[in-house]
Design a protein. Sequence first.
Length: 432
Amino acid sequence: MRGGGRTDRLGAMTIHEFDYFHQDRSVNPKHVDSLVHFFESGAKEPGGFGFGVEIEHLPVRVGGYDPVTYAEPDGVREVMTELAPLYDPDSLYEEDGKILGFSRPGIAVSLEPGGQIECSLGVAHSDDDFAREYAQFRHDIDPILARHRIRLVNYGYQPRAHATDIRIIPKPRYDAMTRFFGRTWRLGWNMMRCSASTQVSIDYTGEADAIAKMRVAAAVGPILALFFRNTPYFEGEENPWPLLRQYMWDGLDPQRTGLPAGLYDDNYGWTEYAYDVLATPLMSVDLTHTPEYRGDEPVRPAWHDNAADVYPDRELNKAEITHILSTHFPDVRLKNFLELRHWDSLPFERAQRLEQIVRGIFYDAPTLASLEDFFAGVRSVDVVAAKADLLAHGTEARPYGRSLDEWRRALHAEDTRDDVPGDPEHPDVFQK
């Protein structure tokens, strides 16, 4: 067990925030090694860097803004059933005979709890790759949507629905999450059932590069979120929060959202991230791919148990690792790549501009070095303060003491395509 701090040669205390998280350190060292090896497996040389983009879409009924759910007639279930034959049959993911996801090279399609349709694109290596894959996704799905009188909207939240009006899709994990988030702090059901996001994934060369990118991404992601804000509505009314997505996630369950524990400690690394994930109660257990399990409830809520309480005393397999990592929702999530999770659902043109800016920050060595220098010495409380400033003051905020105009220049974000609407049928609707 790590101590609560250490004393340097001069007798001054060096305090690391991470030492005060998950203080019983109830983790299995073999599990820690499993996650660290998984992180190591993602390391690439800069010449092999790619990127991925996930765009979640809100399904609404043609002729209005009524949400379309999974099980209703002419609903999302029919769309997924008809779309599946265009994808690799070996990739089909089903629960109780209901199709919930599938993939083929370059594209994966899945569902979020409220029936939001997500397409994951990549690994891409150019704008053309991204544009081609998204165009193919729309080419395949749009005629099916039209047959069922559904259209897809790119906002951060359903324009008309209330969260309690939407039934979640039939997936045991989401049932467990519904019960769990119904008893945590705030907006859990709203996040699950009505929100939609854009996420960008990037590569790293190794541990030091990954941690440096995580720190910069966590610091500037909220600023970019304001520049790309795209949530005009909340629960059928005008959205009152400049950064609704941030407000939802930061208040949802702080042990698994927001900033990774200890990220800005000078000794933070992959081991600390692994400890954080493994020590946190799992929320939802998935033993579907655990050969030793002989019970009849492989997926169930786990409000107190962490990985060491549930998984065998051995190195974890890939399916177990993937599930455990997926029970954490930090602003920047470490897998065998980095997943940047700050942003609202965006129409393609804006999502493409976002990924261009992200690549310009993290794949351009001078830009990244400049931002690393600027944020040297920044603490987690400074990032939390910047997030609060942006949430409270919106376009009048001054995160880290700089104006938003200065940040646009520093992040090369002068153009964010904010003239492109999230719903082409309502071209005058934008978040203020």
